[in-house]
Structures are given as C-alpha cells and as structure tokens.
Design a protein around this ligand. Structure first.
Ligand SMILES: [Zn+2]
Length: 303
C-alpha cells in the first residue's frame, strides 16, 4: 500500500472544501438516500441493497489505476458533502475519505452515518487492508448497511430486509466454493507479489510464502535483499505452486518476478483491487477462485 498522504493531498482536500464553501452547505438525508462509497465493490452492494430508494456513487472504480495512488478532487469532496451514508474500507486503504468526512463535519454539516468496513469485521491498523478478499467481509457489510438503511429510512424497512436476503443469497456461493477448494488445496505452498489476495489465501488454507516481501512492495519500500532472494528461489526451484500478481499495481520488481515465474512454469494468477467491469462481487470472487483451482489442479512441472 503506497501511503501518499502528502502535503499535496491535504492541500487538494482543503481546496476542494474551500471551493464548495462548506460552511453554508448542509447534508440532507433526502429521498433517495445518497450513498457515497470509497470503493466500487461496496458501492455496488449498496446499490443492490437500496434499489430505487438510494442513489449510489463509488469513487474508486477504475480497474486500470492503482487505488493506493488516488488523489482527491473537488467533485469527490462535493459528493461526500452531499451524502447521507458514507462507506469506506478503512485501516489506511482510503485515508482521504476519513479526512473528507472530518473536514465536512468540522464545517458544521449535520452528522451523517459513516460505515467503516474494517470496523465491522474487527480489523485494526496494520492488518491487511484488502478486506473484500475475506469471505466474511461482504455478508457483514451487507447486514450492517441494510440495518443502517432501515434506521434512516424506516418507511422502506421491509424492502431493505427482502433485498438483504437476496444479496446474502447471491453472495453465498463464494463461501461454498471457498470450503470446497480448501478441502482440496489446504497446505499448498503459494506466493504473491503483494498481499492483495492474502485474506482469501488464508481462508483457502494456502501456505503463503514471502509475506515480508509482499508487505514491503505494498508499502512501497524496498524489500530486503534476502527476501528478494528467497522469493526468486521459491519461483526458480518450484517451491511454490502459483504466484498471485496484483494486475493493478505493477511495479517493475513485480513484473520481473512474474517473468521468473513464467520461465519456471509456475502459473500466475492476476488479482485486482477494483471490481472488474461487468462482474458483480460474486462473479469476481468466483472467477478468481476458478483461476486458483485451474492453476493448482494439474501435475507439478507441466505448465
Ligand atoms: Zn493494495
């Protein structure tokens, strides 16, 4: 995770709020309820839960960009200032959202509800922030958001409950598939350029190698020479069965390792930070789980 809370970011937030003249703007819970989600994976579930009663804007939506490098613009500040419900991932993944919310509250906007997904699943600063790859996250988030919608819009509570049941049913196949793959592949040694898939890998019981290396890449620091050597050896000597590769944050070290894996005949599975266009959450997770199954379901040394 590239921490980019630079002076420029804070300046952009202040400028954005200044442009808005937030001292005279108040946020209403009008009809439909306006929801702003930092990440599209949470925004899309909000859309399914709220149906016609909500209007949802997601901020991070571009699968070709690295979300860790996101810069706040005035239009983002404007969207947050007008929201009845704000959703963020938390634990350092989207610090700009907390800053925007704090700034709008300081300017006298009425309290709005803020769902921090990390809090819902008991994660703390320093934990792996790629929470959507943990199969427990989305059901917890859906339940919490449905409860919040019913509190803020009790007239439609029955509809929110029905929609929650539908969303949970749609997500359920992910846990089923995780259990099936776990019974087959638990203990299989794998590695990754970054810890994006980490929570899912541990739900699958995979033996994840080189975690120090991955954290260094995520935090945009240089991995230790010994950690780089260990990673390369794992790939060259075939001590791991697959390499997870963050297709959205491709620094040159990661690309080189992908080439090392390919030369050694080790399958590479691309994973992303942002929901791929055209797929819903369940389709996204199942596509990634299919790729893992395909990569591991073959004899060693036969690419
Ligand atoms: Zn990341």
């Amino acid at each position: 995770m590239k921490r980019i809370q630079t002076t420029a970011t804070w300046l952009a937030i202040r400028l954005a709020l200044g442009v808005l003249g937030l001292h005279c703007i108040s946020a209403h819970a009008a009809t439909p309820l306006v929801i702003v989600a930092a990440e599209d994976v949470y925004g899309n579930v909000a859309r399914s839960l709220g149906g016609p009663h909500v209007s949802v804007t997601s901020i991070l939506t571009n699968p070709d960009q690295d979300p860790h490098l996101f810069e706040v613009s005035p239009s983002v500040a404007r969207a947050v200032a007008g929201a009845a419900i704000v959703v963020s991932n938390g634990i350092g993944y989207d610090p700009w959202m907390a800053a925007l919310v704090a700034a709008t509250l300081a300017h006298g906007s009425p309290p709005r509800s803020i769902l921090v997904v990390a809090d819902l699943v008991g994660r703390h600063a320093g934990d792996n922030p790629h929470l959507w790859y943990d199969p427990v996250t989305m059901p917890s988030y859906a339940r919490a958001l449905a409860a919040q919608l019913s509190r803020q819009d009790p007239a439609n509570a029955v509809d929110y409950a029905a929609r929650l049941a539908q969303v949970l049913a749609t997500i359920a196949p992910v846990a089923v598939r995780v259990a099936a793959l776990k019974s087959r592949y638990a203990g299989t040694p794998v590695t990754a350029t970054e810890p994006v898939f980490g929570a899912m890998a541990s739900a699958l019981g995979l033996d994840m190698h080189n975690q120090r290396f991955q954290l260094a890449v995520m935090n945009d620091t240089e991995p230790a020479v010994s950690d780089i050597a260990m990673m390369e050896q794992d790939l060259r000597l075939g001590r791991v069965r697959l390499l997870f590769f963050n297709s959205q944050a491709t620094d040159s070290a990661a690309q080189r390792l992908r080439a090392v894996a390919q030369r050694a005949g080790i399958p590479v599975v691309g994973v992303t930070e942002t929901e791929p266009h055209g797929l819903d959450y369940t389709q996204w997770m199942l596509a990634d789980l299919d790729a893992v199954d395909h990569a591991l379901d073959r004899p060693r040394g036969h690419p």
